[in-house]
Design a protein around this ligand. Structure first.
Ligand code: FAD
Length: 449
């Protein structure tokens, strides 16, 4: 552990966003003795878990002046991680069987996750420090290493200006759609959606739909659509050639290679030579990191979905530790990781923990980027932690002087990934890792008894 010798400091910290990341950041900062204000442009905590039937004015999510909706949740969404592994470490996400309103399933629906986050906010008194319906418009560095935060509250007149010692950015990264570029799409006459604006299958009834993308949302939505659409065609670049064709168990679902081109007669050609005349293209192609409020004079940039340069996905060396990001990594178990990152930020701001020098951090970042390049990993996968997530979490834990990730949590992640792969349709209701669930509950007794 790198321990600092300076006396402990209490800082004024602005946290942007009251989703899972902002909530746990606020808690850890307060535990460390900092004074915290959380800015939240929505009217409640929970971020992406606040489901709304509303969609944006541009269903593809590209128009810069569109009315935006933060959440990407769809009506039927159930978690793709089991609740035991999802929860914050000292506030287990356990089923509340005694409350009939709650969803006791191991892979619950989105409302249950929102309730859990609300319980967390109330347990730790976070709601009281959230300024709801207040959007951060500008974050700009000022003299003395501090930050000017300009915010605008709903119904308020004008923009408020305040100075903070530090800013923690927790604005989420599932709101700004990324779409696939398709030659000829401009003259293609069908409708296009991004999955950000998918809520339920009704608009797709009796339609011929092409979904682009092979990740979690495409897998769930394609099955849901197969129940109502005339035909469902999935274009994916991450599937072996032999899997192309009609999908077992369905008479209206096909898997294809990526799209080659779209045409003004409504047809869409795939790289494998197949052609489909479609009504709708649904882009399940992910999201872009987006920080419209952040002014760093080019110190932090987003380049091909790499937010950089960032030391360990959290700190830009030139602005550390007063500017930090919680929640950038993906393909992870998010909540516990947010907790580790937040402990690290809180401990650094109080001087309890020290950072390496700026030069050392830059060297580390350069080495990381070189490694990605040498391994043929595209820039846009910079924050995809996947298999390295527990190593990363344990590294953070060691710095913060807190216990590393529980063994059952690591094993459960692997077991569930295997089960999801083997039984994509039923993994949420059938599993073989009950022994790990028992171990998790044994561990939870520390916090629940
Ligand atoms: P968010 O929850 O997006 O919160 C960001 C907050 O910042 C929002 O409340 C927003 O209003 C606010 N904000 C943004 N900009 C501003 C501004 N300028 N001023 C003020 N406020 C602002 N995770 C799991 O653990 N399990 C799952 O099963 C799972 N399924 C998912 C399914 C879908 C469809 C999606 C999109 C995500 C899923 N996730 C899942 C990941 C999920 O994103 C994380 O669990 C987590 O909720 C992200 O929290 P966050 O705080 O980083 O961001």
């Amino acid at each position: 552990m790198q321990l600092a010798l300076n006396p402990l400091a209490s800082r004024q910290v602005a946290v942007i966003g009251a989703g899972a990341g902002g909530l746990v950041a606020a808690r850890e900062l307060r535990r460390e003795g900092h004074k915290v204000v959380v800015f939240e442009r929505g009217d409640q905590v929970g971020g992406t878990w606040v489901y709304t039937p509303k969609v944006e004015s541009d269903l593809l999510g590209l128009h810069p002046d569109r009315t935006t909706v933060h959440s990407s949740m769809y009506q039927s969404l159930r978690t793709n991680l089991p609740r035991e592994s999802m929860g914050f470490r000292d506030f287990p996400f356990v089923a509340k069987e005694e409350d009939e309103e709650r969803d006791p399933r191991r892979f619950p629906g989105h409302t249950e996750v929102l309730r859990y986050l609300k319980d967390f906010a109330s347990e730790f008194g976070i709601s009281e420090i959230v300024r709801f319906e207040t959007e951060v418009m500008v974050v700009d560095s000022v003299e003395g290493g501090k930050w000017k935060v300009k915010s605008k509250s709903k119904g308020g007149d004008g923009v408020d200006d305040e100075i903070y010692d530090a800013v923690v950015v927790c604005n989420g990264h599932y709101t700004e759609p990324r779409i696939a570029e398709i030659p000829g799409i401009i003259s293609w006459k069908g409708k296009q959606f991004h999955s950000h604006n998918y809520r339920n299958p009704e608009p797709f009834r009796d339609q011929v739909v092409i979904l682009i993308g092979g990740a979690a949302s495409s897998a769930d939505i394609s099955r849901e659509l197969a129940g109502v659409a005339k035909e469902v065609h999935i274009a994916s670049r991450s599937v072996a050639d032999e899997a192309f064709g009609k999908q077992p168990g369905y008479d209206n679902m096909w898997l294809h290679s990526m799209i080659k081109s779209a045409h003004d007669d409504g047809s869409v050609a795939f790289q494998d030579g197949s052609v489909v005349v479609a009504d709708i293209i649904l882009h399940c192609t992910g999201y872009k990191y987006h920080f419209p409020f952040l002014e760093t004079n080019g110190i932090v940039t987003v380049d091909d979905n790499r937010v950089g340069p960032l030391y360990k996905h959290v700190f830009p060396p030139a602005l550390a530790p007063s500017l930090s990001f919680v929640g950038l990594p993906w393909k992870v178990v998010p909540f516990p990781e947010f907790e580790f990152q937040s402990k690290w930020i809180a401990g650094l701001l109080s001087n309890r923990i020290a950072l390496p020098s700026k030069e050392e951090m830059m060297e580390d970042i350069k080495a990381f980027y070189s490694l990605l390049e040498a391994s043929g990993i595209p820039k846009r996968y910079t924050h995809n932690l996947g298999d390295c997530q527990f190593e990363y979490n344990d590294w953070l834990a060691a710095l913060c002087g807190c216990p590393v990730s529980e063994e059952w949590r690591k094993k459960m992640y692997l077991e569930v990934s295997k089960n999801r792969h083997a039984r994509p349709e039923t993994y949420r209701d059938e599993w073989e890792d009950d022994h790990l669930v028992l171990q998790a509950h044994e561990d939870f007794k520390k916090y629940t008894l």
